[in-house]
Ligand binder design. Structure first.
Ligand code: UDP
Ligand code: MN
Length: 246
């Protein structure tokens, strides 16, 4: 769990091509896989974090660069423990982080879809991606689970012995408060799903850098305060409660 410097990683992972592209010599990949990682420095911009929206942006920006067929949506703080949990897309969307040390290596609840997931481009397009309206902590992953089900697809998982991850310890982030309206938003998942997703996501790319280990995109999502109202309340309003439980 020790933290390596970027310089030492760049010296070790010399087989990566610019932008973090890995193309092993003498091997033809069955699918072209993109790994999308939503990330914001804690002290950075002063709008509330929106994980789903960033996933949608990462998806679209990846497709501008290359003909990816498979997408892994990956929290920055999860480290896979077993390489039999393949970073590939199967016949159904797959929830990959089944057993996380933070959750005592057990699934918190059956409809949990947070952490790491693998979805083919074809399915992601059909599902209309993630919702853009979940600001702050929680709900966007549950909404994705519902979208998959409403689209008529199944969620698959590998066994908990294989689909294991360690989560790097981190404090709760500023401007990522528990989203107090997430349950009410989830009640609207079915009627929202076709108009709220990759089809309507709006953003500006401020910077796109092809670094040695990864491609870095700095983006500014176009979000008005009240993107979706729930019982007359804005989906943005946050609770001050600090305990993070679904
Ligand atoms: N995240 C981030 N900056 C923030 C909040 C969240 O980069 O201010 C990203 C990061 O990839 C993180 C993910 O969103 O792993 C999910 O957030 P968090 O790890 O807090 O959720 P939890 O550990 O409770 O599932
Ligand atoms: Mn985390």
């Amino acid at each position: 769990m020790s933290v390596l410097s970027w310089a030492s990683l760049e010296q070790t992972l010399t087989y990566l091509e610019i932008g973090g592209h890995f193309r092993p010599a003498g091997c033809v990949a069955r699918t072209k896989v993109a790994i999308v990682v939503p990330y914001r420095n804690r002290e950075a911009p002063n709008i509330t974090f929106n994980r789903g929206l960033l996933m949608n942006i990462g998806y679209q920006e990846a497709l501008r660069d290359y003909d990816y067929q498979c997408f892994i949506f990956h929290d920055v703080d999860l480290l896979p423990e077993d390489d039999r949990n393949l970073y590939s897309c199967e016949q159904s969307p797959r929830h990959m982080s089944v057993a996380i040390d933070k959750h005592n290596y057990t699934l918190p609840y059956e409809a949990y879809f947070g952490g790491v997931s693998a979805i083919s481009r074809r399915h992601f397009q059909k599902i209309n991606g993630f919702s853009n309206v979940f600001f702050g902590w929680g709900g966007e992953d549950d909404d994705m689970y519902l979208r998959i089900v409403y689209t008529g697809l199944d969620v698959t998982r590998n066994s908990a012995t294989v689909a294991r991850y360690k989560m790097l310890r981190h404090a709760e982030d500023k401007l990522n408060e528990l989203n107090a309206v997430r349950f009410r938003l989830l009640n609207t998942a079915r009627r929202r799903r076709l108009q709220d997703g990759i089809r309507n996501v709006k953003y500006t790319v401020l910077k796109k850098e092809y670094r040695q280990l990864y491609t870095w995109i700095l983006t500014s999502p176009h979000t008005s305060g009240a993107m979706f109202s729930v019982n007359g309340r804005e989906g943005l309003r946050m609770s001050q409660r600090k305990n993070k439980h679904f």
